[in-house]
Write a protein that binds this ligand. Structure first.
Ligand SMILES: Cc1cc2nc3c(=O)[nH]c(=O)nc-3n(C[C@H](O)[C@H](O)[C@H](O)COP(=O)(O)OP(=O)(O)OC[C@H]3O[C@@H](n4cnc5c(N)ncnc54)[C@H](O)[C@@H]3O)c2cc1C
Length: 459
């Protein structure tokens, strides 16, 4: 850490806005693959004006900036390679909440969980539900365009923001969209910020769209003796035209890691699990739950409509612990988030298993089946450089297969640091050129989260 830089930043923003220790701000969820960065300084601005001042100064001095939300990302996007980490923790005010207009305006550092809770307390619903909601922030969710189980019916973060406020090159504050629910006057910068991974500017605030909360959210869980039976059940839900709110799956490996703590217990021969959910009024949910029950029943060895609120909570708590249960198997994991057209789901599931076997690694997989979005996972000991390297090779094989199936290397985590080189494989040269032009038009000096998301330009 450069002392000169720290005292410049203290002078600029005040001592309180400059962290004395960088250790907590140089990693994210990729730490379980052994990834850690280093930072020259960490700042925690608590007003938008401070962010503007900082960005203006960093741009003048040609100092790179790494925006950081809750640090829960799975792609190393918030892991710095030097420069100033701009942590949004203290920019965490709810600017307005207007339940009668179904909308909320928040600072970027407000956590996802707080938005969900405020919506709920006012009879409303904010559907995006990425798994680390207590730590992740709205700014980070927008920057990753985060999804979650309920994306199947309700869409991803981008579908719930009507406006993004951001500080861009030079320290200028811009608004992309706002409180209005429609806007086609300009190119859609709001959507560009969704999934921008901190490479276009620093998101400082967002207008969020809410909807009246469903009275009831009733999961229907089904277990199958093998994968083909489970995948057929998923296809039957689609084919029957049932508007399930979620369509999640866990394969045999994920059940081996987490099945023992499944609320109420699972049948012994459960090798594939599906979690659908009926929502709406009580009558609507009851009727949809029984239709889901019927669609999921053929070949199932367990089908259960989860009716009590306590059991529903327990089920989703269990579901959000899958990642940790899997990690506990060997101490570390490399979890990917490939996405394929939903009709290629079974082939994509096989891909992960084959890639792991080819490199001698145990695998498992779970995720958002309805969206064709798989957390194909390789289990590793993070202290073993050999295992980490084999997992990286297996992941490379997985990405190649996902692209060949007409899919993408990332459905919701983004490319960050760890997967950025994959984009050159997925896009054609003209497509890639447009991506570089977008980056350049926002960030001509490459100061916002450099070496993330996009591969190194070839010329
Ligand atoms: C247990 C667990 C479960 C998860 N489940 C899901 C899931 O179901 N779906 C899903 O999509 N993700 C999931 N994730 C991944 C992660 O929670 C999401 O990617 C989340 O959106 C990251 O938000 P964050 O605030 O932690 O961002 P960070 O990790 O801090 O940053 C992520 C990226 O966003 C950028 N960024 C952060 N804040 C800003 C800002 N204000 N302005 C500009 N750029 C910014 C960073 O530079 C970085 O590139 C899960 C993670 C964990 C640990």
């Amino acid at each position: 850490v450069s002392d000169g830089l720290l005292s410049d930043l203290r002078r600029l923003l005040g001592a309180q806005a400059v962290a004395s220790n960088t250790a907590d701000y140089i990693r994210d969820s990729t730490e379980m693959q052994g990834l850690r960065g280093h930072a020259d300084a960490v700042v925690l601005p608590d007003t938008v004006a401070q962010v503007q001042k900082l960005v203006g100064w960093c741009c003048d001095q040609r100092i790179t900036m790494v925006p950081r939300g809750g640090g829960t990302g799975f792609a190393g996007g918030a892991v710095p390679d030097g420069g100033v980490v701009v942590c949004l923790d203290r920019l965490n005010r709810v600017r307005s909440l207007e339940p009668e207009l179904w909308r909320m305006n928040v600072d970027a550092g407000v956590t996802t969980g707080r938005v969900q809770q405020l919506a709920r307390e006012n009879g409303l619903y904010y559907p995006p539900d990425p798994g680390a909601a207590e730590q992740s922030q709205i700014g980070g969710n927008i920057a990753c365009n985060a999804g979650g189980p309920h994306s199947f019916k309700y869409g991803v973060t981008r579908d719930w923001i009507t406006g993004v406020e951001a500080v861009v090159a030079g320290g200028d504050l811009i608004q992309a969209g706002g409180a209005m629910r429609k806007d086609v006057a300009a190119y859609d910068l709001r959507s560009l910020f969704a999934g921008s991974e901190g490479t276009l500017g620093i998101i400082t605030g967002a207008w969020l769209r809410l909807i009246p909360a469903p009275d009831v959210q009733m999961p229907v869980v089904a277990a199958y003796p093998d994968r083909p039976a489970g995948v057929s059940a998923i296809r039957r839900v689609f084919g029957s035209g049932l508007r399930s709110a979620t369509l999640e799956y866990l394969d045999a490996g994920a059940l081996a890691a987490a099945g023992a703590t499944f609320p109420g217990g699972l049948p012994e021969r459960a090798a594939f699990l599906v979690i659908a959910e009926a929502d709406g009024t009580q009558a609507e949910a009851d009727s949809l739950a029984s239709e889901l029950d019927e669609a999921l029943t053929p070949d199932a060895n367990y089908v259960h409509v989860v009716r009590s609120i306590g059991d529903q909570r327990e089920l989703w708590r269990w579901r959000s612990g899958i990642s940790f249960a899997v990690r506990a198997q060997r101490g570390g994991k490399m979890s990917e988030d490939i996405v394929v057209p939903v009709d290629r789901l079974e082939e994509a599931l096989e891909l992960g298993e084959r890639a792991g076997a080819a490199f001698g690694l145990a695998t498992c997989s779970w995720g958002h089946a309805g969206d064709g979005n798989l957390h194909a996972t390789f289990l590793i000991d993070p202290a073993s450089a050999n295992e980490v390297s084999r997992a990286a090779q297996a992941a490379d094989e997985l990405f190649r297969g996902a692209i060949a199936l007409g899919g993408s290397v990332s459905g919701e985590h983004g490319l960050g640091l760890v997967k950025r080189h994959q984009l050159a494989r997925q896009l054609t040269a003209p497509e890639l050129r447009l991506q570089f032009l977008i980056k350049k038009s926002f960030d001509p000096d490459n100061l916002f989260n450099p070496h993330k998301k996009l591969p190194e330009p070839q010329n």
